[in-house]
Design a protein around this ligand. Sequence first.
Ligand SMILES: Cc1ncc(COP(=O)(O)O)c(C=O)c1O
Length: 415
Amino acid sequence: MDLSSKVIHRSALQRLENNHLSLPPSGPPRAFRVGVPAFDLFPFGVWAKLNAAFWRKPDLQQLCYGAPEGDVRLRGLIAAYLRSSRGMQCTAEQIVITSGAQQGISLCAQLLVEPGDGVAIENPGYRAAAHAFAIAGARLHGVSVDGDGINCAQLNGLTDCRLAYVTPSHQYPTGVIMSLARRLELLAWAERTEGWIIEDDYDGEYRYSGAPLAPLAALDRQGRVLYVGTFGKVAFPALRLGYLVLPPALVQAFSQRRAVDVRHSEVSTQAVMAEFMAAGHFQRHIRRMRRAALSRRNSLLAGWPEGVAGVGSLPNVVAGLHLTVAVDTQAREQQLIEKAASVDVEINPLSSYWLPDSSPPGPAGRTGPGFRGGSRASHPRCTGPPGKGLAPVAATRRYSPRVPGPDRACAVPAH
Ligand SMILES: Cc1ncc(COP(=O)(O)O)c(C=O)c1O
């Protein structure tokens, strides 16, 4: 740090000190690691074949520098997928391929934020997005989330905000699905203030019941929504492949900005994903992942014990790969996390998702500090019976005939 403070500008260093991602946990994922899909279900054999076919006889033109906005065929296939699965009337020309959602968010921050600009983000929310805006010099405004999504009354009260970052299909981390009325209210905010909305649809493929609501990008009539997508939740995060769907007038600037950063994404991952989609493997895989996640959600709900001291009841989980449960106090939250870790289970404290200068509301009937665990879908080992290291009180009756008593129930988040 000594040398870096001599070399790197102090303000840049300070911003990084306050805004960096923590290192990922080491080792293979343990039960309930959040953000990790059931990637053991990925058809690696198919992927390997397509990859080998690409490299056996690469198109020489593809080995030169390519288009910064990405592989033209992949852009077309993503647009077609979003038209049919999300009702978005987008074209290939609006798609910019990125290295995952994070780069999409970061590009938005680089291009839409001037130092000192106000940016509204959900609080609690996705801290990695907040970091990207803060690094770009934004003044972050944490806006609360209620049962309908981001609180638009609060947002309307902010006078210096031109950007709002939201996760409408499954709010991260609370799991709230933004209602249609709130979506329209948010779009009206953008129109009235000439602001921009960044819609992060990070796990939109996982909807279990009821018709999915149209994304903001599909409802947007004013070209004010920048849509962020990722392959990380359907394939696996290390693929580092995602995309932005942009209002047409913004595409060129994003593409130029991306070229300065990285020229473009690596060629084979894009080409192989394009073939994977064109041949129908992607759609099949989504269906497989959704079925698996649904069955794991059902197991979790069926086996969750009632009446654990200091722990609220389970929410109604209709989407996504994780859920949030309210816990009375932060001390209890910490206890549960430690207990879970002792049986090889990862759950996250909800208290860590609040902006640093804001404090989680107390337990009085509202979302309190809680713990969060990915549903069983987030853990590859959960495709089979629990391993030795997993908690003995399985959430799945299928796996364990024992009914947990209140003490042991603390370990139940294992599943
Ligand atoms: C809200 C949110 N957005 C995006 C992502 C994933 O981003 P990426 O595609 O960069 O891995 C995550 C991952 O956990 C997330 O929780």
